[in-house]
Write a protein that binds this ligand. Structure first.
Ligand code: PDD
Length: 287
């Protein structure tokens, strides 16, 4: 597969970056994972905005004179002859003076791989998730709003989940409120049928899929709450599901070792995934 590294399109075997790059040394970099379907980049403008926001918060300059990311993504789809792909756009601070933090030219790297969502049976079965002891980074330490390549907090949570035979770990914030999964956002349907998700004020990644699911849920007339909630709320939930670019809307059918509802995907998750997929084709959403 062909990848993009600092101005060149190269085979993956030749896709290399300097060991002096701060992305390698410190995780001092930002990224976006995007998907294409039928050759179109899904929700591009949302991903582009978040990339700029992340870069801004870290002071990585991706202003005028920078490569055009959408053009690179399209070029990669063409060169790899892929219509349905997952692409990872990475911008590091680059290499420079480590004491003065000057002299950096950001390194742009884009990975590309074939991707089609899992089949209906995977979604019907759902996954096992557990609450993990790893606490989501405090906003004042490393704001989770920044989609940075410093993913140790997320990796520790994922490792805990795997050690407990689960596929995703749900973290709390430092105040003990439900935050998000290691690599996904969290939703649940409470006993009264209301759809709930942690508020951005909890300190989470503002997921593009989260935002789109909120949009289609409100359009469908559902009661939606963005809340600061205690983990006990999940124990009483009728449905729990996770959202991300790769998973779209994926049911949690086993929570902390116990079945959620009847232990199969819930009706809300199923209908919201269908609504999300319909959104891909709406004018302006995909490029
Ligand atoms: N994961 N929360 C965290 C901590 C994430 O890493 C992700 C994304 C999400 C979901 O965001 P979105 O809907 O914009 O994909 C939430 C991606 C898929 C990744 O790490 O590659």
């Amino acid at each position: 597969v062909i990848l993009y590294v600092r101005g060149s399109f190269v085979p993956d075997s030749q896709a290399v970056i300097s060991v002096l790059d701060r992305g390698f040394l410190y995780g001092d970099a930002v990224y976006e994972t995007v998907r294409s379907a039928g050759g179109k980049i899904l929700f591009w403008s949302d991903h582009e905005q978040r990339l700029h926001h992340s870069a801004h918060l870290l002071g990585i300059d991706i202003g005028p004179g920078s490569p055009d990311p959408l053009a690179i993504l399209k070029e990669l789809l063409g060169r790899n002859d892929l219509a349905d792909a997952r692409l990872r756009l990475v911008v590091t601070r680059g290499a420079g003076d480590r004491d003065q933090l000057t002299g950096f030219v950001p390194s742009w790297v884009v990975l590309c791989e074939p991707f089609t969502p899992p089949g209906e049976e995977f979604y019907a079965a759902g996954i096992r998730a557990v609450r993990v002891a790893t606490v989501r980074n405090a906003v004042a330490s490393l704001n989770p709003e920044i989609k940075s390549c410093n993913l140790l907090n997320n990796s520790l949570a994922r490792r805990e989940a795997i050690a407990r035979d689960a596929q995703e770990g749900v973290m709390l914030n430092p105040q003990g409120f439900l935050a998000e999964g290691a690599f996904s956002n969290l939703f649940w349907v409470d006993a009264g049928g209301r759809l709930s998700t942690p508020a951005l004020s909890v300190g989470i990644l503002p997921g593009v899929t989260r935002q789109k699911v909120l949009l289609v849920a409100r359009r469908a007339g559902l009661t939606v709450r963005e809340v600061e909630a205690r983990p006990e709320e999940l124990d009483a939930a009728r449905e729990i599901f996770l959202t991300s670019t790769s998973w779209e809307v994926l049911g949690v059918t086993t929570w902390n070792g116990s079945p959620v509802g009847d232990g199969r995907e819930g009706a809300r998750a199923r209908s919201l995934r269908a609504a999300l997929r319909r959104l891909y084709d709406e004018p302006g959403e995909s490029r």
